[in-house]
Design a protein around this ligand. Structure first.
Ligand code: SF4
Length: 451
């Protein structure tokens, strides 16, 4: 049996040069490849880094499995429809098919709902015995002990950027209930952790997955690591154990964390000793009322400045993400957020438009209030960079322009110079910020017209 697994990506969002140069290594493809029986021929395609999009008119396979995020759903449906018209069986899985399985099924032979570890191998088994069912439901909340090790060795060079930053996942799920977030719906309302010994074993195997020719050139790169978890340090006891085991491995890693990590000086010191170089905080908003509206009262804007200073004092750089378009946001929110982002000396930041993803309480609210601008599902705009709902205190155009203005100002050389004075690590700060500045200045970038 020939199986192709595709991580679908939005077309032409970033110039190909940047996609190929520096990028997080794709994790979902090696994770799925590890679930496939050894006698199946697998081909993996990560559309994010492909120089040329694969020619699906000519692709040969018995089955194609597509991993689908909401912003790529329309593209995935088009690919799947085309493959099916050529007699190839398709299976859709990932966040979007999990929250909208019926919609996904209209474009596929089968849909995997939820986590793939049990459901995906079952779909392959049934396909081979001509008994493929329309839906396969994964066991959300399953134990993460002894997960198969991702098959990173199956990713060919054509599927990797020149400088791929290795990625790993320590746990899944989140106990919080932010109304715009689908993590709890997809992975369950608790944070489930993998045993620390499994993570250490995976890190050791990961080193071997680089093609032999490239190993001498990439020794320094193997020290980098990104934990994909939404809140790696949430469980204090687990975090301590993980950090103590990471320390001797001499890695330089970064991850996302809640701003409350800045209150735990012992954990910050352990993170520093374990090689943490960047903590990215989901600050979301400078407006307290907005945070209450979306059920995130754990964030207190009054504490943000102190949090950045405390984390910096441990030699750890700080990133932050912000969202615009809450019901309490007015036109002043852009300047207020930008001022904080620059004055506080954030090393990195990302800016987003509030996006009511299907499956979230926010989506239901916007639907109830008839505020969705694309009620029939133009999912390609659901990428947090485009307005997809009617804001309360500004027009959709003001919201869109405000976001673009903040990005431009934050990535300007003047802002980089000002923030660079406060950075905790200029060796990382300058190259990465100049790289990102080049990316945003590129005339090729296309964030305005998704397709
Ligand atoms: S936004 Fe972050 S804290 Fe809130 S539910 Fe999602 S993962 Fe948890």
């Amino acid at each position: 049996m020939d199986l192709t697994i595709v991580a679908v990506s939005e077309p032409n969002k970033y110039p190909q040069f940047f996609r190929r140069l520096l990028q997080l290594d794709c994790l979902i493809l090696p994770v799925l490849a590890a679930l496939v029986p050894p006698d199946v021929n697998i081909r993996l395609i990560d559309e994010t880094v492909h120089i040329k999009k694969p020619n699906y008119h000519k692709l040969k396979a018995d089955m194609v499995a597509l991993s689908v995020r909401t912003s790529c759903a329309n593209r995935a449906y088009r690919i799947s429809d085309l493959l099916r018209s050529r007699g190839i069986t398709t299976v859709l899985g990932g966040i979007h098919p999990t929250v909208l399985p019926e919609e996904s099924k209209r474009h596929a032979d089968a849909v995997v709902i939820g986590e793939a570890e049990e459901a995906f191998p079952e779909a392959i088994r049934d396909f081979r015995s001509n008994r493929l069912r329309p839906f396969y439901r994964g066991n959300t909340g399953q134990s993460l002990d002894n997960l198969p090790l991702p098959r990173r060795d199956r990713l060919r060079l054509s599927n990797r950027p020149l400088v791929p930053i290795p990625t790993i996942q320590a746990g899944r799920g989140c106990p919080h209930r932010c109304s715009f977030c689908s993590v709890a719906r997809v992975y369950g309302g608790t944070y489930r952790k993998r045993p620390v010994s499994d993570i250490i074993q995976e890190l050791q195997v990961m080193k071997q997955s680089q093609p032999p020719l490239l190993r001498p050139l990439t020794h320094w790169r193997d020290r980098l690591l990104f934990f994909l978890d939404d809140n790696l340090l949430l469980d204090r006891r687990y975090a301590k154990e993980l950090l103590l085991r990471l320390a001797p491995l001499n890695k330089r890693w970064y991850t996302q964390a809640s701003v409350s990590i800045a209150k735990d000086l012992e954990l910050l010191e352990l993170a520093r000793q374990a090689g943490c170089c960047i903590l990215s905080l989901g600050l979301d908003s400078m407006v307290g009322e907005s945070l209450k509206q979306v059920n995130k009262p754990i964030n207190q804007p009054d504490f943000y400045q102190e949090a950045v200073e405390r984390i910096h004092s441990f030699g750890i750089m700080v990133g932050a993400s912000f969202i615009f378009g809450f019901d309490h946001d007015d036109a002043g929110v852009f300047e207020k957020t930008l001022d904080f982002a620059i004055d506080s000396g954030l090393d990195f930041a990302s800016f987003h438009i509030l996006t009511p993803y299907p499956g979230t309480p926010l989506f239901e609210q916007m639907q109830r209030e008839e505020r969705l601008l694309f009620p029939n599902g133009d999912w390609s705009r659901f990428d947090t960079q485009h307005v997809v709902f009617q804001p309360k205190n500004m027009s959709p155009e003001e919201l869109q322009k405000g976001l673009e203005w903040v990005w431009k100002e934050f990535m300007s050389l003047k802002s980089i110079r000002m923030r660079g004075r406060q950075t905790a690590n200029r060796w990382f700060f300058w190259p990465i910020n100049l790289f990102l500045s080049g990316l945003f200045a590129s005339p090729l970038i296309n964030t305005s017209e998704p397709s």
